[in-house]
Design a protein around this ligand. Structure first.
Ligand code: DX5
Ligand code: ZN
Length: 228
């Protein structure tokens, strides 16, 4: 397991940055992974899309497995696929350290979360912008991470949904009520403009695709977002 406390647990001061490879050059993914490895970013964020749960298709286990050889930092794998429970051990074997499934895609979410943990990974649940945060109440204590979507999943470079701030506040309150230690990860439309406000609102992990790999200098963009 590649998680060490400094890479996983949020310490008082620092939030974690997980650049998303979705916005990297797919012909040069190894290079993108190596950039993340040698930067201040904590995790790699890998977006798996199936063309069914979301209207886009990206990559799956073979690509993740190939990239794993070039990385030591944790792989934060975000599944935007239907029936994610069918592929838990396959993603573990490919090299996922943290596996997030969508609340909206897993009928037996409680069982899926237990299966992810039993497979030796950290368990995350991703939640779409329209789904009530309250729906997490009965699984929150079991989670290591909530991936709160701040865009509708499927594409990089979309506009951040402002209502996310109110949703972070609701999730923080629910997390305290449930005695959960789940990290709050914000995914979609994160940039240098809103990163500081998101961290102040309670974000523990920021995912950033376009604002890192769309930048003229991705390394500087990472430094800015880590320092937000
Ligand atoms: C969207 C993905 C995100 C995406 C974020 O469905 O889950 O991880 O890469 O991209 P940006 O940061 O460009 O909004
Ligand atoms: Zn994602």
């Amino acid at each position: 397991m590649r998680f060490r406390s400094a890479q996983y647990l949020r310490h008082t001061m620092a939030h974690l940055l997980a650049p998303s490879l979705l916005s990297a050059d797919f012909a040069n993914l190894q290079q993108a992974v190596e950039l993340i490895e040698t930067s201040e970013a904590a995790w790699h964020h890998l977006d798996v899309m199936d063309g069914v749960f979301v209207p886009n298709i990206t990559f799956g286990m073979p690509v993740i497995k190939a990239l794993r050889k070039h990385a030591r930092k944790p792989f934060d794998v975000h599944l935007m696929i239907v029936r994610p429970e069918q592929y838990i051990t396959a993603f573990r074997d490919a090299g996922a350290d943290l596996l997030s499934v969508h609340l909206e895609a897993s009928t037996h979410l409680h069982r899926t979360v237990q299966a992810i943990k039993a497979a030796g990974m950290k368990a995350g649940v991703a939640i779409n912008p329209h789904s009530r945060v309250d729906l997490l109440e009965d699984v929150l204590a079991d989670l290591d991470l909530v991936c709160m979507m701040s865009v509708n999943p499927g594409f990089g470079g979309q506009q951040f949904i402002e209502r996310t701030y109110a949703r972070i506040a609701a999730l923080k309150e629910l997390r305290a009520k449930c005695g959960s230690k789940a990290l709050i990860e914000i995914d979609g439309g994160v940039s240098a403009e809103n990163a500081g406000k998101l961290v102040a609102a309670g974000a523990d992990v920021l995912v950033a695709g376009n604002s890192v790999f769309g930048a003229a200098d991705p390394r500087t963009a990472i430094r800015t977002l880590v320092g937000a």
